[in-house]
Design a protein around this ligand. Sequence first.
Ligand SMILES: [Zn+2]
Length: 366
Amino acid sequence: MQLYTFIDWFFTIGSIIIAILLGIYVNGAACLLGLFFYLIYPFIIEFCYNLLSVKQEISITNMPEIPIIYHDNYNITACGIEKQHPFDSCKYRNVYRQIRQKIKAQHFTPQMLSRGTFLYLGMSKWYLLKICYSAYISTLIELHVFFLPGVFLRSFLLDSMLLATSGSVYGAKLALEKGWAINLSGGYQHASLNRGGGFCIYPDITLVVNYLKKYCNLKKITIIDLDAHQGNGYERDFLNDSSVYIIDFYNSYIYPRDRQAEKAIKCFKHIDKRTTDEQYIEILQRDLEVNLKDDMQFIIYNAGTDIMAGDPLGNCSISASGIKKRDELVFKCARHKKIPILMLLSGGYQKENTFAIGESILQLIT
Ligand SMILES: [Zn+2]
């Protein structure tokens, strides 16, 4: 458990005890003091945490044999609440196990980055305060969990996502060292530095870009986003940033239809149920040849699999074999141009996706 989460639990339980004691020994109205403390303590701990936490160096002391990034805590289990959502919250573990059956090489296990590092990479303090409150988190994850204490959601949901976000940043470091890396989670493309949405809380793609710029001094970064949904979060963060070149293929009839964010896209193709595997691969190949310039220094590949046939949210019809060809094509282009590439799993909400993801990753790394 993170120190922050421990303190959060301490204050939550403390508030409840204060309210009960005041109710018993003073009067009913005095309980409100406990409730008041419950509502304002996040301001106190956020202020202290932001003040005391410092930016850290991002280093990898034990270089893994294979640049796959995975931590068992990526998987979300919240006493069954996660089952209300169509998202397969344990797909990371299932993909990892599938890979481990054939590849025994040691992978990389990320640690949580410090708050100071997230702030240095651009996270909004105001947004971080807002996600202390379950009423606000409910609007981002599309679950009616506003009645739960914020700390409950932090422990069982947000900390997993924050660890996966840290994994994406470490993945960028590994990709620079090894030429490629795959984080078996991340790709929260609807989150920006000051706003979440669509089950995305932390803007790992933006944070990776900012890491590459601030820590590694890179100036030309490409995001290839092939998830079925528009990557409106990071697009909003890079609306006026010419150093980030965004290629985004998505179904423009579905969420989020963010017209403002669209302005950041340099290459867009609409895909939907009528797009066949052959058409998709042909368009992708042509656009990568045209848009992937030789002076690009890094590729962030958001490899969502919700374009697969049958996905209730993506509403596209690409087959599992189409996914394999797509991933192979992107990696081939990156290798051909000698550009480091970081792959993030992003969306893909059916249980069947897991096998397709595992098979595709295995073909990339064997
Ligand atoms: Zn998606």
